[in-house]
Each structure stands twice: as C-alpha cells, then as structure tokens.
Write a protein that binds this ligand. Structure first.
Ligand code: SF4
Ligand code: SF4
Length: 194
C-alpha cells in the first residue's frame, strides 16, 4: 500500500497560543492512547454553572479566555508526532518521528514564533478547529473538554506540576526522533500509538 501526507499537529508553549497541525482530519479511530485510569470522567452538566469549579469544568472551549485556553494544553507533544495515511484505505498510522521543530525531550516547539514560516502546515488550534480534529489524541485536553470530560490527574492544571504529564508516560518525551534524522518516514511506523 502506498502512503501519502505526513500528518502532524502542534501545540504551544504554555505562554503561547495553542496551535495545530497539517494533519488530515478523520483520524480519530486510532488517535492517541487510552491512559492508565481510562478516559476522563464525564462532567455533570448540573455543575457547569458552579463558579467554584475550575474553568475547564464549567466553560466550553469557546468560552475560555486566552490565558485559560493556553493553559489547557498539557504539553504532551503528541500532536507534533508524524502520522502517515494509506492512500488506498485511509488508514492512519503513527510513526516515531516528529516535526523538525519539536524538542523531543521537553515536548515543546523550539521556535514557536517562527513556526509558520518554518513549518507552513502547522496550523493554529481554535475551538472550531478542535471540533473537526478527530485525530487529536484521546488524552488531549482540548478534546476532553470538547467531550465534556474531566482532565486527568497528570494534567498540569490538576497536578500543579508540568512534569506529571511526562511522569505518567502519556507524552512523547524521548519516544520520537526528528524527521530531519529519520529518513524515510515509512520505515518508522509504530505498531501502536504513543
Ligand atoms: S512547528 Fe512543529 S513542533 Fe512547532 S507546534 Fe507546529 S508541529 Fe509542533
Ligand atoms: S494537549 Fe497534547 S495533544 Fe493536545 S494540543 Fe496540547 S500537546 Fe497537543
């Protein structure tokens, strides 16, 4: 089977706007991992008006302030990992390669300010874009909020520690190599998703 379009997305540093990908949509079936503890709990709709709750439990993506939106990114880096799509079947597989700008240890974009110039197909995440991106990892906080699910214990907003996403093993940290070093990406297809 032949493959086409390398796919990826992007996420911002905590202090920047979250951004997205050059990925094709329609990837949801295989996206992401199911983390230890299963998926986030459903949020009780009756609680959404409770001002005492943290913003991600009572606001939609569209209602969030810019600061809230930015802080929602868990820093996993998985949306910057390259995927390949089979042209004949539409199946999408993940590789162990990532965007040239991803720091493979910190899982942050190494040149956020110039990313659009350096990686033109890195697009910005917005509430509308997230809604159409079913290829985002199941652990992605934007996806969880969109689905009225709570964040996991390891999310920095919950734990108070940006390292917990890595300690929990749900990030791309040290699991991928740069596409600049990888050669043919089809030689790097993973059996399972990160
Ligand atoms: S340029 Fe690359 S590393 Fe930076 S946010 Fe976009 S996909 Fe991720
Ligand atoms: S939470 Fe993870 S997958 Fe979602 S935008 Fe941030 S880095 Fe990407």
């Amino acid at each position: 089977m032949s493959r086409r379009a390398v796919t990826r997305s992007a996420r911002a540093k905590k202090t920047h706007t979250v951004k997205g990908a050059r990925v094709r949509q329609a990837l949801s079936r295989k996206l992401g991992v199911k983390p230890a503890g299963g998926r986030g709990k459903r949020i009780d709709p009756a609680k959404v008006a409770d001002e005492a709750l943290p913003f991600w439990k009572r606001k939609t993506l569209a209602q969030m302030t810019r600061r809230e939106w930015e802080s929602l990114c868990d820093g996993c880096g998985k949306c910057c990992v390259n995927k390949l799509e089979y042209e004949d079947t539409g199946e999408v597989v993940q590789t162990n390669t990532c965007c040239r700008l991803l720091d493979t240890h910190t899982c942050l974009c190494s040149d956020y300010a110039n990313r659009k110039k350096l990686v033109p197909d890195c697009i910005q995440l917005t509430p509308g874009v997230v809604a159409g991106m079913d290829w985002l990892p199941h652990t992605c906080a934007y996806r969880l909020v969109l689905q009225n699910r709570d964040l996991f214990w390891w999310h920095p907003l919950v734990s108070g520690d940006p390292e917990t996403v890595h300690e929990a093993g749900v990030s791309a940290r040290d699991k991928v190599i740069s596409e600049l070093e990888a050669g043919d990406l089809s030689d790097h297809v993973l059996d399972d998703w990160l």
